[in-house]
Design a binder for this molecule. Structure first.
Ligand SMILES: [Zn+2]
Length: 387
């Protein structure tokens, strides 16, 4: 992560660079501000800047191409450690440390993709544990683990850095151990914390951190980023920015939810068209596309499809303009020709198949297989009844 990958925050970037360039890097630094504004990304960019070996005097960012930068970008830098809140899984009868969830963390941050995740969302990270709503914390074992790592001499760099996401979630025991480490730090170590709720950090710890405040984004900065990055028009970007209350993450989530909802009708239309044509080869591709959207979206699509079948059946019985039919103009345009295919004979069975597919998808079945199997059943159910 380079500073340049993060929009705005020029004042914070200047301050962080100055700390490094002037040799006044503190042992413990806290980036504080509301959620969804890129604090973790700034912490990562700072660590990468510290370790970069390709930087020349006067450069205002890490070079991005030296071995050290490449290792930082791929989370493989040997002198950078990560701490993030976790929770015990069913298999664990002990309190885990962050490193045990390194694969999930990499995936969450999109490390192996072209577009790494710059803005975080604790709900999305919580979901990756498969335990919706459970509170993630940093256990005492984490401090012990960290002390062990920091007590060894650094390998390649003058510094060992720790990027610590959401320190407010450490438990009391962890905080007590950490306090000792902050009071008597190891030479050449830098703890870079990023907190959404600094008010929840133990005061004795908080008072020993050098604080850097990160401001919320203003609406125009959010809108400009949404237009550039997500390819939406200016009016939609302004609306999302206005509702996001300074959080880039929230704005992006709103935009992608909208954009994605609009993909469901074309996907439904495609399924029905291919099934009617009995185009098995293309239906296999269709099933793979659906699986590519991920489990949650595939399940939501099944809900959507079942409701479309229901509405088309009503449209066939009562007419498209009936107040009993709930359709958007686009749905209605498709239903004009399609609704005659949804009859007393197949409406209920189709709805049942979409419901079963949804249940299997949520129940962890292979989405590609479920979707393809569903598509084959739709072929049979769309066949005209025998005379
Ligand atoms: Zn570099």
């Amino acid at each position: 992560m380079k500073f340049a990958d993060i929009p705005g925050h020029d004042d914070v970037k200047d301050r962080l660079r100055n700390l490094v360039d002037s040799g006044r890097l503190p042992h413990a630094l806290l980036l504080e501000g509301q959620a969804g504004i890129g604090k973790l990304a700034l912490a990562r960019a700072l660590a990468q800047y510290i370790h970069c070996t390709g930087r020349r005097p006067g450069d205002t960012d890490s070079c991005g191409v030296c071995p050290s930068c490449r290792q930082s970008r791929s989370l493989n830098h040997i002198d950078t450690f990560f701490v993030y809140p976790v929770t015990r899984t069913e298999k664990m009868d002990y309190a885990p440390v962050s490193d045990e969830f390194a694969p999930e963390w990499r995936e969450y941050l999109g490390i192996d993709t072209d577009r790494q995740r710059v803005f975080q969302d604790i709900d999305a990270w919580t979901d990756s544990f498969g335990k919706k709503g459970s509170a993630l914390i940093t256990y005492a074992a984490e401090s012990g683990d960290l002390i062990h790592k920091l007590s060894m001499t650094s390998h390649t760099s003058a510094y060992k850095t720790v990027v610590w996401w959401l320190p407010e979630r450490m438990n009391q025991e962890c905080a007590n151990k950490l306090l000792k480490m902050i009071e008597e730090p190891y030479e050449g170590t830098c703890l870079i914390m990023a907190s959404d709720r600094p008010d929840l950090i133990l005061p004795t710890v908080y008072s020993r951190l050098q604080r850097v405040e990160v401001s919320r984004y203003d609406d125009s900065a959010i809108a400009a980023y949404l237009v550039a990055r997500m390819g939406i028009d200016d009016a939609a970007a302004q609306a999302a920015a206005h509702n996001a209350r300074g959080s880039m993450r929230r704005a992006m989530t709103m935009v992608s939810a909208n954009t994605w909802t609009r993909t469901m009708l074309p996907r439904f239309m495609e399924l029905m068209r291919l099934a009617y044509q009995r185009n098995v080869g293309e239906l296999r591709r269709w099933a793979n596309d659906l699986a590519g959207d991920g489990r949650d979206r595939a399940a939501a699509f099944c809900d959507f499809a079942a409701s479309q079948v229901r509405e088309n059946f009503m449209a066939r019985l009562a007419g498209l303009t009936s107040p009993l039919v709930y359709m958007t103009p686009d749905e209605s345009a498709f239903a004009k020709k399609f609704c005659r295919f949804i009859t007393e004979a197949n409406a209920e069975p189709l709805i049942r198949e979409f419901g079963d597919a949804r249940r299997d998808i949520i129940g962890n079945a292979n989405v590609k297989i479920v979707a393809f199997d569903l598509a084959l059943k739709v072929i049979l159910l769309l066949l005209p009844p025998k005379k």
